[in-house]
Design a protein around this ligand. Structure first.
Ligand code: PHE
Length: 342
């Protein structure tokens, strides 16, 4: 073995390696370079193995040189890690990749906004099952079997006897909460509801409601009015006008429907409000004495009010969404449009 020659070759390896590394532009080429020189069977490993056979007189010098070469190559490799500098042929004037960080579904955004208004006023938040019994959905809400008011809701029944069904509104949560709690309390309930409506621009067999219930002593209709006016103006702006019209629900007496001045035309009349200037957005009333009796409360001492509204409708008005089907289609273009408003 010509040890002097090996010593000379070290300088050559040093040059070659540097040139090759400089030429390695892609990560894959750099890795090949690393394996070739610094890998377990690479050039440096071979040289180190050779050292064992070197004559004692050569060993120290040869060892030093091999080590210094190895250190040099390691340094080179570290220094030439990709730095993010443009590679040849890269065009920095290209627009960057658009990153969509994700957002809440528009319905979730609106639900949270609505619920938060009531949470700030001390309301608790409750849920109930989507699958209900006839008792909770109808009977306890003052709609005995064959009551004509059941026709207000086209129901999906789950068995032949019609004792199990998909809830048509969130009002059964009123009953479930009252069975468990002692007045006074105030709660809202949110959830999915189901009605046998054909799907069109404004109807969906699956939709969401928010329910409210406040029970105590001396709860008055004027408190209900004040609360709902505040809610509507928080949601749609302080210039929103709110009006209460007499209505009918079996579980409230008296009952009212609440309309707000049209958010699109501000009350002058347009297609959205059917030229009336008003939009009906919720139903409400004082809890019917029969409902209190059904849960074991004494209607002589306990009073309360309840309200319920469709969440899709409110989200549609907030965002100017013309068709309820957009909520169900999973079209990311729809979701992304509204991603700015959490
Ligand atoms: N549950 C009624 C509906 O779905 C709304 C409502 C709730 C009305 C509470 C009055 C009181 O139409």
């Amino acid at each position: 073995m010509d040890w002097e020659k090996i010593l000379d070759s070290l300088a050559q390896i040093r040059e070659e390696a540097a040139a090759e590394l400089a030429a390695a532009r892609q990560e894959q080429q750099r890795e090949l370079w690393r394996v070739k020189y610094l890998g377990r069977r690479g050039r440096l490993a071979q040289l180190t193995a050779l050292l064992a056979e070197a004559p004692p007189a050569m060993k120290p010098r040869l060892g030093q040189e091999v080590n210094s070469l190895k250190q040099h190559l390691l340094n080179l490799f570290q220094e030439r890690r990709p730095t993010g500098r443009p590679e040849k042929g890269q065009n920095l004037s290209f627009p960057g990749k658009e990153i969509f960080p994700g957002c809440l579904h528009p319905l979730t955004q609106t639900t949270r906004l609505m619920v938060n208004i009531f949470v700030r006023m001390g309301f608790g938040v409750y849920t109930g099952p989507d699958m209900e019994t006839d008792y909770y959905n109808f009977e306890a809400l003052n709609m005995p079997a064959d009551h004509p008011a059941r026709d207000m809701w086209d129901t999906f029944y789950l068995n032949e006897q019609h004792t199990r069904l998909l809830r048509t509104h969130t009002s059964p949560v009123q009953i479930r909460v009252m069975e468990k709690m002692k007045p006074p309390f105030r709660i809202v309930a949110v959830g999915r509801c189901f009605r046998r409506d054909p799907l069109d621009a404004s109807h969906s067999p699956v939709f969401h409601q928010m329910e409210g219930l406040m029970v105590g002593s001396d709860i008055s209709f004027s408190q209900l009015k004040g609360l709902l006016i505040y809610f509507c103006q928080e949601l749609f702006g302080s210039e929103t006008r709110v009006k209460f019209l007499p209505s009918y629900f079996p579980f409230t007496e008296p009952s009212a429907e609440v309309s707000i001045s049209c958010v699109i035309c501000k009350g002058t009349g347009c297609a959205t409000c059917g030229r009336t200037g008003w939009l009906e957005i919720l139903g409400c009333g004082m809890v019917h004495p029969r409902v209190f009796r059904a849960v074991g409360y004494d209607p002589e001492t306990v009073t309360g009010f309840a309200f319920g509204m469709g969440i899709e409708r409110i989200a549609m008005l907030r965002h100017g969404i013309a068709d309820i089907r957009f909520f169900l289609q999973n079209d990311l273009r729809f979701i992304r449009q509204l991603s700015g408003s959490r």
